[in-house]
Write a protein that binds this ligand. Structure first.
Ligand code: ASP
Length: 330
C-alpha cells in the first residue's frame, strides 16, 4: 500500500502535465492593418494588390510559427514586427507624423495565459516598438514605459535603435503637410488610420494580442492613443478573448473598448461576435467613435467588425483556411 501512494501520485501528476501541455493541433491568427476611409475608389488597384500581398505574407508567417507549435505570444509579436518593418502601414517605418513633424510610436502586447502585459508610448528611436513592449513585459517590473525612458530601456535590452529619420516616408510626409495646411477642417477619417495588430490562439489554447501604431496624423506632440493602453486598444485573457483595435484612439480609451468586449463575454455570457458587435457597431458608432477591432476566442472564433468604410484585415486557421479583405464586404 505504501508503495502505491507515490505511484498514484506520479500517475496523477503526469496526467495533469499531459492535460496542461496537450496540443489541440488547432490554432487561429488574425491581423489588421488599420481601419479608415478605405474604398475601391480611393485605393488604386496596384496599391490594393500591395496590401493584399503583404497581409498574405504576414498571415503565412504567423501560420508557420503556430503550425510548428510556437506560442501565440511569439506569433503576434513577430507578425506585428513584419508590419512595423513595412512602409505600407502606420507603425514603425511608415508611421504618420505628429503636429511637430515627428514620428512618435506606441505599442503594446498582452499574454492571455499569464495576464501579463507590456507597452511603450511616445518613442522616436526604437525600430520595433512591439519588441520593446514585450521586453517591458518580460524584463521589467512595469507595464508601460514612455519616451526617453522607454528608449533607454530598449537600448539596455539590446534592441535595435535607429535615427528618427528611419521612420520617414514621403507619403506620410505629404499627408502631414496637407494636414498642416488644413488642420481646422481635419476630421478623424482624414487622418487615415493604419495601425497594425495581431491576435492569436495557439495549439495549447493560449491567447495573445499585439498592437503597434504611429497614432493619428497631426496629433498633438506627446499625445498617446489607445494602442498602448491595456484594455483600450490591446487586451488578452485566456478565459474570454484577445483583442487589437484601430481607430480614433480617444474614443477607444474612454470606452475601454478591448476590455469591454472581454467583459461582455465574461459577465453577460455573450459570444465573441455578439460582444464585438455590441461595442464597435452599436456603442462606439453611436458615440461617433470610428474604427474597428480584430478578436479571437479560445476556440478560434473570429470577430472583425469595423464601423468605417474599410479595414485591412485577414486571418489564417490551422487546416489552411486563409482570408484577406480590405473593403466593406463581410
Ligand atoms: N488607434 C490609433 C490611435 O488613436 C490610430 C489608428 O488606429 O490608426 O493612436
Amino acid at each position: 500500500m505504501k508503495a502505491t501512494i507515490p505511484l498514484l501520485l506520479i500517475f496523477f501528476l503526469s496526467l495533469t502535465f499531459l492535460s496542461n501541455s496537450q496540443t489541440s493541433g488547432k490554432y487561429t491568427l488574425v491581423i489588421h492593418g488599420g481601419a479608415g476611409n478605405i474604398t475601391p475608389a480611393n485605393l488604386p488597384a496596384a496599391k490594393a494588390a500591395e496590401f493584399e500581398a503583404k497581409l498574405t505574407e504576414v498571415l503565412k508567417h504567423g501560420d508557420s510559427i503556430l503550425k510548428a507549435g510556437g506560442t501565440s505570444l511569439d506569433a503576434v509579436e513577430s507578425c506585428v514586427r513584419m508590419m512595423e518593418n513595412s512602409p505600407l502601414f502606420n507603425a514603425g517605418k511608415g508611421a504618420v507624423f505628429n503636429a511637430d513633424g515627428k514620428n512618435e510610436l506606441d505599442a503594446a502586447i498582452m499574454d492571455g495565459k499569464t495576464g501579463l502585459a507590456g507597452a511603450v508610448a511616445g518613442v522616436k528611436t526604437i525600430r520595433n516598438p512591439i519588441t520593446a513592449a514585450r521586453a517591458v513585459m518580460e524584463k521589467s517590473n512595469h507595464v508601460m514605459l514612455s519616451g526617453i525612458g522607454a528608449e533607454t530601456f530598449a537600448a539596455e535590452q539590446g534592441l535595435e535603435i535607429v535615427s528618427p529619420e528611419y521612420f520617414f516616408t514621403q507619403l506620410r510626409w505629404d499627408a502631414y503637410m496637407k494636414a498642416k495646411a488644413n488642420s481646422d477642417s481635419l476630421d478623424a477619417l482624414d487622418k487615415k488610420h493604419g495601425t497594425v495588430g495581431c491576435v492569436a490562439v495557439d495549439q495549447l489554447g493560449n491567447l495573445a494580442a499585439a498592437t503597434s501604431t504611429g497614432g493619428m496624423t497631426y496629433k498633438k506632440y506627446g499625445r498617446i492613443g489607445d494602442t498602448p493602453v491595456i484594455g483600450a486598444g490591446t487586451y488578452a485573457d485566456n478565459n474570454t478573448c484577445a483583442v487589437s483595435a484601430t481607430g480614433h484612439g480617444e474614443f477607444f480609451i474612454r470606452n475601454v473598448v478591448a476590455y469591454d468586449i472581454a467583459a461582455i463575454m465574461k459577465y453577460k455570457g455573450s459570444t465573441l461576435t455578439e460582444a464585438a458587435n455590441e461595442v464597435v457597431m452599436i456603442k462606439l458608432k453611436t458615440l461617433g467613435g470610428i474604427g474597428g477591432i480584430i478578436a479571437v476566442d479560445k476556440t478560434g472564433n473570429i470577430a472583425m467588425p469595423f464601423n468605417t468604410s474599410g479595414m485591412f484585415r485577414g486571418y489564417i486557421k490551422s487546416g489552411g483556411e486563409i482570408k484577406v479583405a480590405m473593403f466593406g464586404e463581410k
